[in-house]
Design a protein around this ligand. Structure first.
Ligand code: ARG
Length: 767
């Protein structure tokens, strides 16, 4: 029975034309592939209003958020919401920038930050905003360089060099930033031409107890009551071009900005999400899935879990440590829980089993013809043996790799040049190395690390490593140093290292620099650990790299065959490419779901849930007093729904993944109704296989976002800047008094500014 069911599911997933909810589609094909479908579901815009390279269109309001000027990848998505370059994204997307702007004294993660005018906005470190100018198919140009005599390696090199040339040619002397990416495992190539703005400033962010309410306990799960938004502004030079930060820069006048709808959501309402999903594996073979579930994810879960445990212990007791590790912790915790969920749900949703059935059908089709057999006949076999090799080298690759990134071990490179110079007896090189050591900013090496956390992590990771391997597989130092000299007591060993190692503390590093000696390096326990871990790593790294290439090559062949297989067996089926940090559109509807037998999850949740979850003083479920009061009084202003409740988050069937965070979710008129910020637990397998019945996107409702900005924070300057619409002919906002005893600390801005005591806002009817 089970097997038949799985088989039936596999078939179901494969037949039919475009399915509304599944798919991350390239906007340039919207008219050809999706438009009719979208219109039927409730879209009211024309294809030209969605994506146009001649006129301004919706795509011009969608922004890729990166951390460098070259837009190879984006960590999140943002959207422009005013004619002055105001940008909304998630709280967890602005998190890193907000952390960098914070200090224990001005802790914007803890207390929030609201700029009252342009002058108070804070330049966000390492945040760039990329606008897509156009995209084009360059498959023929790129693959034109491939000849039949090339092996995979030569092919990849030829493609890379062609890509570089095409990108340079399209840059128009640096005006644009073109990026070419492979699709369908290197079977197609598209160029994306961006303009990258590097002056992005923080405008507003709520306290983490709103923006991260529920913490890692609620992360990846519904129901969710997180106000996951933050606000930035894109700045340009006076001509509207990208420019490095300067006082003379002005807010960007965008080609398009999204209007905001206060109409709210009903079940079955059409929704679309535009953004920059990072990566999916929808065409992965069963062998790849098994490798992840059985080998790769468990290793990472083990390592990250331990690191998080140590961080948690210190962070929850100390504000300074909490701030210092906030971003690092959030990133690890997010991946850690995601991998746990993926292991569980890939098994539970029987994703590998469904792939096995597909692969059987595929092979039947392949074997039916000699030419197919010649081209595709070995791909799956090669993937199978590739992943077997990968599974064998994973442990000796990843454990030492992460061990070498821990505190003192990660610093062993600082004396490497000196050591090499002495070894080679090269006096000039030695002089140079010594000069570099003398001018080294030692304290800067420790700016982002706390000694207690580091030492404990060092010790715990050594224990973890010992646990993960058989005794005879362990690097020598475990027996020769830790067992022999410290009786196997790793904590005592760590204490010794932090007293004595030349890599452990700023003092020890400085002392070494004053009196450097090669012998000191060679006898240093940390140096020894690094060397021995390195040789374990090197023992597997080459094989790992080669296997990776084998897998890439055979994935390329498999996906090529799969597309042919679909084209012949299911003509009319549109395939969408895996996510790869390029602009995509996904459309669906507002929907509830059944997470388990007899359990029904509603498609909205309200502020009442915040009261239910609220635990004063808790690390994850505390909430600002003023927020609680507003909710208790149901003082929601214009942001309440028709029952007087405040909707906080809602669910939709849109197909998204990491990188989509911060993406606008819009109604049929292209108006902003929320920000996408998460996926749901029951469909953690969703990056590999879309689960129509279970998979949902979690969005923060735009009315909750505006409520927090307006009623909670009193940032009416921002509300006035937005293009807010409501269908019924009623005023958008009632008269709002921002209370005198506003608990929102105004918020010790870096450049002190006068808090607004009371601001009265005239009801504005925008249409
Ligand atoms: N799961 C969200 C995502 O991947 C991130 C949520 C961040 N929140 C947190 N509690 N770590 O986009």
């Amino acid at each position: 029975m089970k097997k038949i069911l799985v088989f039936a599911l596999a078939i179901l997933a494969m037949v039919g034309n475009v399915r509304a909810d599944e798919g991350m589609w390239l906007p340039m094909f919207v008219e050809r592939l999706n438009y009719v479908d979208m219109q039927k579901m409730g879209l009211q815009l024309t294809p030209e209003e969605l994506y146009s390279i001649n006129n301004s269109s919706l795509k011009d309001a969608i922004v890729g958020l990166g951390s460098e000027a070259k837009p190879r990848g984006f960590f999140c998505t943002g959207e422009i919401v005013s004619e002055h370059g105001l940008l909304f994204t998630n709280h967890h997307c602005g998190y890193s920038a907000v952390q960098k702007l914070s200090s224990v004294e001005y802790d914007y993660l803890k207390d929030g930050f609201w700029a009252k005018n342009y002058g108070e906005e804070l330049p966000a470190p390492e945040m760039t905003a990329s606008f897509l100018i156009r995209m084009e198919d360059v498959t023929n140009e790129v693959l034109g360089v491939v000849t039949s005599d090339m092996d995979w390696d030569a092919r990849e090199r030829a493609i890379k060099s062609k890509i570089r040339k095409l990108e340079t040619a399209a840059s128009e002397d640096g005006k644009y930033n073109p990026v070419i990416k492979g699709f369908f495992e290197g079977n197609e190539y598209y160029m994306f031409v961006y303009q990258v703005y590097t002056d992005v400033r923080l405008v507003g962010v709520a306290n983490s107890s709103i923006g991260k309410f529920g913490g890692d306990t609620d992360n990846w799960m519904w129901p969710r009551h997180t106000g996951d938004f933050s606000i930035f502004r894109v700045y340009a030079d006076k001509d509207g071009n990208p420019a490095e930060y300067s006082k003379n820069n002005v807010p960007l006048t965008p080609k398009h900005h999204l209007p905001i709808s206060l109409d709210g959501v009903k079940q079955n309402d059409f929704t679309m999400i535009w953004g920059f999903p990072g990566s999916t594996e929808r065409y992965m073979s069963s062998y790849g899935i098994d490798y992840n579930v059985d080998t790769f994810y468990p290793i990472i879960i083990d390592i990250f879990g331990k690191q998080l445990e140590v961080m948690d212990e210190f962070m929850q007791q100390d504000d300074a440590i909490n701030l210092m590790y906030a971003d690092n912790h959030a990133g690890l915790a997010n991946t850690w829980k995601n991998f746990i969920g993926q292991c569980k749900m890939l098994r539970k949703n029987k994703v590998s089993e469904a792939k096995v059935e597909l692969e059987k059908d595929f092979m039947k089709w392949v074997n039916a013809k000699a030419d197919r057999k010649a081209e595709y006949g070995n791909a799956l076999e090669n993937l199978k043996s590739g992943y077997e090799t990968m599974a064998a080298v994973a442990k000796p690759l990843f454990y030492p790799n992460f061990m070498m990134q821990v505190g003192p071990v990660s610093r062993t490179s600082i004396f490497e040049d000196y050591y090499d110079a002495v070894e080679k007896d090269d006096d000039a090189a030695k002089e140079k190395a010594l000069a570099e050591m003398k001018s080294m900013d030692v304290d800067a090496l420790f700016a982002e690390t706390n000694q207690q956390v580091e030492k404990k992590t060092f010790a715990e990771m050594l224990k973890l490593y010992r646990n993960a391997f058989d005794e005879e597989e362990l690097p020598e130092f475990y027996h020769k140093i830790i067992d022999k000299k410290f009786d196997g007591n790793i904590d005592a060993f760590a204490d010794y290292v932090y007293e004595n190692s030349i890599y452990a503390t700023p003092e020890n590093i400085k002392a070494f620099i004053n009196k450097p000696k090669v012998k000191k390096i060679e006898n240093d326990y940390v140096y020894i650990i690094n060397n021995q871990m390195m040789s374990v790593l090197m023992g597997s790294a080459l094989l790992y790299r080669m296997t990776n290439e084998t897998i890439a090559e055979n994935d390329h062949i498999f996906v090529k065959g799969l597309r042919e297989y679909y084209a012949e067996t299911q003509p009319g089926k549109s395939l969408y490419p895996d996510a790869n940090s390029t602009m995509r559109m996904s459309y669906g509807s507002v929907q509830d779901y059944m997470p388990a037998d007899a359990v029904h999850y509603d498609y909205i949740c309200t502020a009442n849930g915040i009261l239910e979850k609220y635990i004063p003083g808790d690390y994850e479920f505390d909430a600002p007093k003023r927020l609680i009061e507003l909710i208790e009084k149901k003082d929601f202003g214009a942001y309440a729904d028709e029952n007087g409740e405040l909707v906080v988050c809602f669910l939709s069937t849109n197909d998204i993944t990491g990188g989509n965070s911060g993406s606008p979710i819009m109604n049929g008129k292209g108006e902003l109704i929320g920000l996408a910020f998460d996926g749901n637990w029951e469909a953690m397998s969703g990056d590999v296989n879309f689960e129509p019945k279970l998979q949902r996107t979690i969005n923060v409702d735009i009315r909750y976002v505006l409520f927090v900005i307006d009623k909670y924070a009193g940032a009416t300057n921002l509300i006035n800047e937005l293009d807010i619409r409501k269908s019924e002919p009623m005023p958008v906002r009632e008269e709002v008094e921002v209370s005198e005893e506003s608990e929102v600390k105004q918020i010790k801005p870096a450049k002190p500014a006068k808090p607004t005591k009371s601001s009265k806002v005239k009801a504005k009817s925008k249409k």
